[in-house]
Design a protein around this ligand. Structure first.
Ligand SMILES: C[S@@+](CC[C@H](N)C(=O)[O-])C[C@H]1O[C@@H](n2cnc3c(N)ncnc32)[C@H](O)[C@@H]1O
Ligand code: SF4
Length: 460
């Protein structure tokens, strides 16, 4: 496996720049404020007619405590009663969204993200799942992928048991780092026992898959200290691992102002952390899926990548490429057919719209033909590190090398540098180009402009 990824420091340094993560193309920066909700309604009607399967995302934004590094859309509060009115809004939104869809569209994928979904109490969680089941066609018998994000400080065996009985069969667990000094510095003190407890519970209760989130680049991390965390994670052996790069942007994310930039590891140390993390994970038998993600070879993500059926969306990599995605809750994003639509990220705006009987769509985008072509190319490259030109030519009626003459021109330098190899039939990302996949995808991104690039995190 190790040959699938080659660490080439000189290339990494040369190509390291800011860039989008391509959880969508066009990226959310292109979503327009004046987006007409009619386009969303029309896309939903098409989805219903075609009976396309669905993926449902619910955003539960509450957290009882704040982690200083956090860049997620969240509401920090100790007052549990705040969840109740929010839940009522979600129920209204479920009614409105389901009315646009067909009753027979199978929900193949469902995800509760946050924030901290288990901020809801067991009765509220049950009510949310019951309401969803009443209005959508949930699949039974563990055929669907129903997942939830878990903060181990907010869950125990009984929570995990309750979630299993509600139909969840995948969990994603926030760990970030096991080191106590790092944990203190980011205000996320979480014992190893708490983490191991929820994982033991998930295994005993036959969850299909367990994911762990780590972050590198946090204050007081060193290569040696982070390798201790990585070794512990390898011993736990989750099916999937996300290793995120901490981007310190205190101007954008208020809680990050409580992190001293002098305490952050140097860029050289961060690179050493990443290199050693990758080496250890590959040596331990994990497959590099791409863009911060690793999986065991028998996990569905790795299998889908091998089969060529992997897809990327707002939740990262997914095996459900055929689904239309309906995002519900504050700040959630939907993709139905060729339409992206994002809800208001502001809680008051979101609830007031929903409680007035309107969808809470704040902005969105109707993809044009060019967007669809480029989206297919970027998805193929970012998921499979390879693009065959013929299927794209046949699907969209273009001559690949004419249509992308500009991109091909720019890619030829990357070919000379050994990131890719390309001919008339294909573009193949070489092992030393895989960590720089964003840079490669950016060549196909027509919206990439210097001003926008500043707003993204660095590639590595
Ligand atoms: C919504 S949280 C996961 C669920 C739960 N709230 C928790 O923290 O355990 C999603 C993940 O995003 C990652 N994350 C949050 N802020 C980040 C940042 N600024 N940089 C990199 N990763 C970040 C963390 O790994 C976190 O586990
Ligand atoms: S990392 Fe998770 S628990 Fe921490 S503040 Fe962010 S969403 Fe909340």
């Amino acid at each position: 496996m190790a040959t699938e990824l080659i660490w080439d420091l000189e290339l990494i340094k040369r190509y390291d720049q800011t860039g989008p993560r391509y959880t969508s193309y066009p990226t959310a920066l292109q979503f327009a404020d004046n987006f007409g909700v009619d386009a969303y309604h029309a896309a939903a009607a098409d989805s219903a007619t075609a009976r396309r399967p669905l993926s449902l995302y619910f955003h539960i934004p509450f957290c009882a405590r704040v982690c200083y590094y956090c860049g997620c859309n969240k509401v920090v509060t100790k007052r549990r009663e705040h969840a109740e009115p929010y839940l009522q809004s979600l129920f209204h939104e479920i009614e409105m969204q389901s009315a646009l869809m067909g009753h027979d569209q199978a929900v193949e994928q469902l995800h509760w993200g946050g924030g901290t979904p288990t901020f809801l109490n067991p009765t509220q969680m049950q009510a949310l799942m019951d309401k969803t089941a009443k209005h959508f066609n949930l699949v039974s018998g563990d055929f669907g992928d129903y997942s939830i994000e878990i903060d181990p400080r907010e869950a125990d065996w009984s929570t995990i048991g309750h979630l299993r009985s509600l139909g969840f069969n995948r969990i994603s667990i926030g760990v970030q780092d096991f080191n106590p000094t790092v944990q203190q510095a980011v205000n996320r003190v979480q014992s190893e026992e708490e983490t191991r407890d929820v994982i033991d519970a998930a295994r005993a209760l036959t969850f299909k898959s367990i994911n762990i989130d780590l972050i590198y680049g946090l204050p007081f991390q060193s290569c040696a200290s982070f390798m201790e965390t990585v070794d512990k994670v390898i011993e736990i052996r989750p099916d999937r691992l996300s290793v995120f790069n901490y981007a310190h942007m205190p101007d954008r994310f208020m809680p990050q102002r409580r992190i001293n930039s002098e305490d952050l590891p140097s860029p050289q140390e961060k690179l050493a952390i990443l290199e050693n993390t990758i080496t250890r994970l590959l040596d331990a038998g994990y497959v590099y899926i791409g863009m911060d993600h690793f999986a065991l070879p028998d996990d569905n993500l790795a299998l889908a990548q091998e089969k060529g059926s992997l897809h990327r969306n707002f939740q990262g990599y997914t095996t459900h490429s055929q689904c239309d995605l309906i995002g519900m809750g504050v700040s959630s994003i939907s993709r139905v057919g060729n339409v992206y639509a994002q809800n208001h990220a502001n809680m008051e705006e979101y609830t007031s719209r929903i409680n007035n009987g309107k969808l809470a769509i704040r902005r969105g985008l109707l993809m044009n033909e060019d967007d669809r072509i480029r989206s297919a190319v970027i998805n193929q490259l970012i998921c499979h590190f390879r693009l065959d030109t013929k299927p794209i030519e046949e699907k969209f009626g273009i001559r690949f090398h004419d249509y992308f003459a500009d991109a091909i021109n720019k890619l030829s330098t990357m070919a000379t540098d050994g990131l890719i190899r390309m001919d008339k039939q294909s573009i193949v990302v070489e092992p030393r180009g895989r960590l720089l996949i964003r840079n490669i995808c950016m060549q196909f991104d027509t919206y990439q402009q210097v001003a926008e690039v500043q707003r993204f995190s660095r590639v590595i």
